[in-house]
Design a protein around this ligand. Structure first.
Ligand SMILES: O=C(O)c1cccc(C(=O)CC[C@H]2O[C@@H](n3cnc4c(=O)[nH]cnc43)[C@H](O)[C@@H]2O)c1
Length: 249
């Protein structure tokens, strides 16, 4: 049944979703796409924006550490309350690797890869896995990536997480050489994914491209266009996710 907020008929989603953004303007761009007003839920270390449909949104801060801390806090609170999430989504604006991910386009991750976790050596960069630790990539469920792409038109590929925004053509080329499937770069996806993985919850990443990855030109970032694309994308994604069965991934 389709229920509309403006008619006062609000459905509760069967899929419990946590959306983690970096900053409040990104969170609000997602909230605008969802079919009902929101309430604030204060948790230790995080404040959630809860929509009537049951999606929770969190502006956790910029960078992978805050993203992981905030997401882990929300996941733990939900689990302790006996209402664990079915899905975590890392969402926001991001840099796009030209020409594959132009400004204003949407990208979703089939791989969420940390670009700069490891060691620099005389022979080049060694990812942390080659040092014998941890992981560098989390993979969203294929079925979900397909749902996102089909519903929103988002292109699927690797989204890199970096603690430092790429600012030169040389760094962009080096990243693309090491990650030929990379479409976009953000600063939070891997942190969100680490927290989701620790709780055994599937993860997605969706970025609306605000700027090309490459030489720094902050004045040219099209943040407004990207936020509009994010709202439009979630407007299509939210109903599509209702047909996804979280117990079949
Ligand atoms: O102007 C700057 O130097 C600057 C440095 C850090 C953060 C910002 C922000 O405005 C927040 C950026 C926010 O958006 C994502 N983002 C957008 N474009 C990129 C990119 O090319 N590479 C990495 N991240 C990007 C990121 O996830 C941040 O949360 C500005």
């Amino acid at each position: 049944m389709v229920l509309r907020a403006e008619e006062g008929l609000i459905t509760t989603s069967t899929v419990r979703v946590l959306v983690a953004t970096a900053v409040p303007v990104e969170r609000d761009a997602v909230v605008r796409a969802l079919p009902a007003a929101a309430e604030e839920v204060r948790l230790p270390g995080a404040t959630l924006c809860r929509t009537a449909a049951g999606w929770d949104l969190l502006a956790a801060g910029v960078g992978p550490a805050l993203a992981a801390a905030g997401t882990a806090g929300a996941l733990t609170a939900a689990a302790l309350a006996g209402r664990p999430y079915d899905l975590v989504v890392s969402a926001g604006i991001g840099g796009g690797f030209p020409p594959d991910a132009p400004v204003g386009s949407l990208v979703t991750a089939d791989a969420i890869t940390v670009a700069d976790l490891g060691a620099e050596t005389a022979d080049g960069f060694l990812p942390v896995t080659e040092l014998g630790f941890g992981t560098v990539t989390h993979r969203p469920p294929e079925s979900l990536v397909r749902v996102v792409s089909e519903a929103t038109g988002a292109r699927a590929g690797t989204i890199l997480t970096a603690s430092t925004v790429t600012g030169t053509a040389a760094r962009a080329a080096a990243l693309r050489a090491r990650h030929p499937d990379a479409l976009a770069e953000g600063m939070e996806g891997f942190g969100v994914a680490e927290a989701a993985a620790a709780h055994g919850v599937p993860v997605l990443e969706i970025r609306a491209v605000s700027n090309p990855v490459g030489p720094r030109d902050r004045a040219a970032w099209r943040i407004g266009d990207a936020l509009t694309a994010l709202t439009e994308g979630f407007g299509k994604l939210a109903p599509a996710l209702e047909s996804w069965n979280p117990h079949e991934h």
